[in-house]
Write a protein that binds this ligand. Structure first.
Ligand code: NAD
Ligand code: TYD
Length: 354
């Protein structure tokens, strides 16, 4: 693999990263896929068991803040592309502990940009640096309207502010240094392997166990939900066909208020577990709102549809059903990530660093 053109994916052991890595390893056997991940609480190599022994795949445990490690990787492997997903990604954690978001999302992104820039120098002919971002940088919508690529940035949580900052820095490296960059801003993803601190897996896990379902505020906050494999497909397309210096909005055209979605999840779990449908809705508990809670996100994905021919592949009902089925069939995965057992395992397995 030392001479094979290499795509460096950061954060490939996380939720979206693992779906992307699986897709790229299987679709591009002529490319080497190098997955750099720190394995924070959100990173889990069990997400990638089916590709871990593929000949074109290498995992490196490491931190994007470690400039020396990044420089070594660029020397060791002929890295022609970077797809950067590594991030602290949970809004509630960013409210409780903002510094980790500043460090990884902002300083980590600049460290990675610097490593690519120094390694590639003026030899940029076949190079690309793709930064994965979120629609949360655009702020909060009212009852109408959609985020386009021209919507002004208005981030309102430490998470979204850190992602907005990283987006600006990536664009600055394009304009200032000519680094060939690509960006995309995506709506909320759902599907297998999402850490159960995020709405959908958290609710499925609690419904399964008959625990209270904490709905923030009035429950009328709205998100545009996208099947995670559709996001991975969009990333693949943009990486290979996107225009440098541009951003692409990616969305599911699939808006749900949180309360409607939680009710649907209750019914899907009841149905799949053979409980009386409607029973689990009794677990819904309205709790104190998230500070600075963005009311509504919704994406206008016209650009990626017309320029690259991408559209979401599955309907919401089918996607939510498949998601519920996956979590109910993988209780050991849920138990591992919630108990922290897998983290202890990796601490032991990778003791002493790289
Ligand atoms: P995640 O939290 O599931 O995974 C993040 C991964 O990054 C983990 O594997 C973690 O170990 C790794 N990581 C964290 N800090 C690191 C560091 N300092 N060095 C190396 N690795 C580190 O996140 P996700 O939901 O898969 O999101 C991936 C990316 O997509 C993020 O950049 C996020 O902002 C963006 N995004 C997510 C969504 C969503 O709905 N989940 C939507 C739009 C954009
Ligand atoms: P989340 O999955 O954290 O994604 P984001 O905040 O990045 O959109 O939350 C999705 C929505 O669900 C958001 O409006 C907050 C709400 N929510 C709850 O009502 N209860 C919960 O326990 C969680 C985790 C989220």
């Amino acid at each position: 693999m030392l001479n094979t053109p290499t795509i460096l994916v950061t954060g490939g052991a996380g939720f979206i990263g693992s779906h992307l890595v699986r897709r790229l390893v299987n679709r591009y056997p002529q490319h080497h896929l190098l997955n750099l991940d720190k394995l924070t609480y959100a990173g889990n190599l069990a997400n990638l068991q089916d590709v871990e022994s593929a000949p074109n795949y290498t995992f490196v445990r490491g931190d994007i803040l470690d400039g020396d490690l990044l420089a070594d990787l660029f020397v060791k492997y002929p890295i022609t592309g970077v797809i950067h997903l590594a991030a602290e990604s949970h809004v509630d954690r960013s409210i409780a502990q903002p510094m980790a978001f500043i460090e990884t999302n902002i300083v980590g992104t600049v460290t990675l940009l610097n490593a690519a820039r120094h390694a590639w120098g003026d030899d940029l002919a076949d190079k690309r640096f793709y930064h994965i971002s979120t629609d949360e940088v655009y702020g909060s919508l009212g009852d109408t309207g959609l985020f386009t690529e021209h919507t002004p940035y208005d981030p309102r949580s430490p998470y979204s502010a850190s992602k907005a900052s990283s987006d600006h820095l990536v664009r600055a490296y394009y304009h200032t240094y000519g680094l060939p960059v690509l960006l995309s801003n995506c709506s909320n993803n759902y599907g297998p392997y999402q850490f159960p601190e995020k709405l959908i897996p958290l609710m499925i896990n609690n419904i399964r166990q008959g625990k209270p379902l904490p709905v923030y505020g009035d429950g009328l906050y709205t998100r545009d939900w996208l099947w995670v494999e559709d996001h991975a497909e969009a990333i693949d397309l943009i990486f290979h066909q996107g225009k440098f210096g541009e951003t692409y909005n990616i969305g599911g055209n699939n808006e749900w208020t949180n309360i409607d979605l939680v009710r649907l999840l209750c019914d899907l779990v009841d149905e799949q577990l053979g409980r009386p449908v409607g029973q689990s809705q009794g677990l819904i508990t309205f709790v104190k709102d998230r500070p600075g809670h963005d009311r509504r996100y919704a994406i206008d994905a016209t650009k990626i549809r017309t320029e690259l021919g991408w559209e979401p592949s599955i309907q919401a009902g089918e996607g939510f059903r498949k998601t519920v089925q996956w979590y109910l069939h993988n209780p050991e995965w849920l138990a591992n990530v919630t108990s922290g057992a897998y983290q202890q395992y990796y601490e032991k397995q990778y003791a002493g660093g790289r």
